[in-house]
Design a protein around this ligand. Structure first.
Ligand SMILES: CC(C)(COP(=O)(O)OP(=O)(O)OC[C@H]1O[C@@H](n2cnc3c(N)ncnc32)[C@H](O)[C@@H]1OP(=O)(O)O)[C@@H](O)C(=O)NCCC(=O)NCCS
Length: 328
């Protein structure tokens, strides 16, 4: 049975850099606090009105098609993981297809918060295993700046925008591709990390706008506690299940929410700092896009067959880990 492997990966990063000094002008905070408590120095923001996640997603897909020499007719499916769709409907996957000229395919969006990549990659793997698709484009994209309240110091230093597109194919080679996964969900998370209004519970009104309920709300302290224990537990479980020792693992690719959380995860796994890949200082938290953004950023460092543990924790709560062997 074939399993999913990433054959190409390209990113779209908005030009505008929002640094900590500019955040200092917006809310009562300091560069020092943001660096010490989160590890973030700057993040990229898609500034222009009227441009959403699909703009960056389509840009990344065009680069991917060119880099891998793939024609639009070869694509079987396009799946998009996002919590910042262009609109509540139609799906951003459909809009990206239209923008890049991919026709006669099907696809859908997946909403799994910061676990967007691990959930969606596992979902497309199932279509590959079932023999129902040969070439799938997976896009992870977020315009987090569109739902970030730049008057709230608890959340506005954290988030950034980006999109990454991946070409996913099937492989029989035991030395590459998705080997194992474990995912979890706990709906208690809806009380601690959410965008309250704009859905069917609280449709938009002048009052919801005045109460700033269309922006991200996060109880950072509570989310931190859940994230730090669950991300480490699931990563260690993935190692134990597959008899992996720290020396067998080339790199941990953790969701980039907070430097302290991702370092704690790596240390619980017995990994040294050089095996814990980090780019949060340049991109902030790009939600479900942060893991593929690390894969893209460090791709020249990986060798075929490298054992990667990829783990995430996010809104829902959702969390999980992949055991993946690099295949480019
Ligand atoms: C958001 C987060 C960085 C806050 O860091 P923290 O060390 O936990 O900070 P706390 O929330 O405990 O707040 C400590 C104090 O700093 C203050 N503070 C919060 N943001 C601040 C800022 N930008 N600048 C200065 N002070 C700030 C708080 O008001 C609080 O003050 P108080 O004690 O007087 O109330 C951290 O909680 C976090 O990363 N949470 C998890 C994020 C995550 O994993 N999300 C999951 C997927 S997105």
């Amino acid at each position: 049975m074939k399993r999913a492997v990433i054959r190409g990966i390209e990113a779209s990063i908005p030009e505008y850099v929002l640094n900590n000094q500019e955040i200092e002008q917006l809310v009562d905070t300091s560069d020092e606090w943001i660096r010490e408590r989160t590890g973030i120095v700057e993040r990229h923001i898609l500034k222009q009105d009227g441009l959403g996640t699909s703009e960056m997603g389509a840009d990344a897909v065009r680069k991917l098609l060119a880099a891998t020499g793939t024609s639009v007719d070869e694509v079987d499916m396009l799946v998009c993981a996002t919590v910042t769709p262009d609109m509540l409907f139609p799906a951003t996957a459909n809009i990206i297809c239209d923008k890049v000229g991919i026709k006669n395919v099907w696809g859908f969006d997946i909403n799994a918060g910061c676990s967007g990549f691990i959930y969606s990659f596992t979902a497309v793997d199932a279509f590959i295993r079932a023999g129902r698709a040969k070439k799938i484009i997976l896009v992870c994209g977020e315009r987090m700046s569109g739902i970030t309240d730049y008057t709230d110091r608890n959340t506005c230093p954290l988030f950034g925008d980006a999109a990454v597109a991946m070409l996913v194919e099937g492989t029989d080679d035991p030395n590459e591709g998705l080997i194992d996964y474990e995912h979890h969900v706990d709906g208690i998370g809806r009380h601690y990390l959410y965008q309250k209004a704009g859905g069917s519970c609280y449709p938009p009104t002048a009052e919801t706008v005045a109460r700033r309920e269309h922006f991200i709300y996060q109880d950072g302290k509570t989310v931190f506690k859940y994230a730090v224990s669950n991300m480490a537990d699931v990563s260690v479980a993935m190692m134990e299940k597959n008899n992996l020792k720290p020396e067998d693992i080339a790199y941990l690719i953790p969701h980039q929410a907070n430097l302290r959380i991702l370092a704690a995860t790596g240390h619980r796994m017995g990994l040294s700092d050089d095996k814990i890949l980090v780019n949060i200082e340049r991109f902030g938290n790009t939600a479900g896009t942060s893991i593929p953004l690390v894969l893209w950023d460090f791709k020249n460092r990986f060798k075929k067959g490298d054992n990667l543990i990829i783990s995430a924790f996010g809104a829902g709560f959702t969390w999980g880990a992949l055991y993946y062997k690099w295949g480019i």
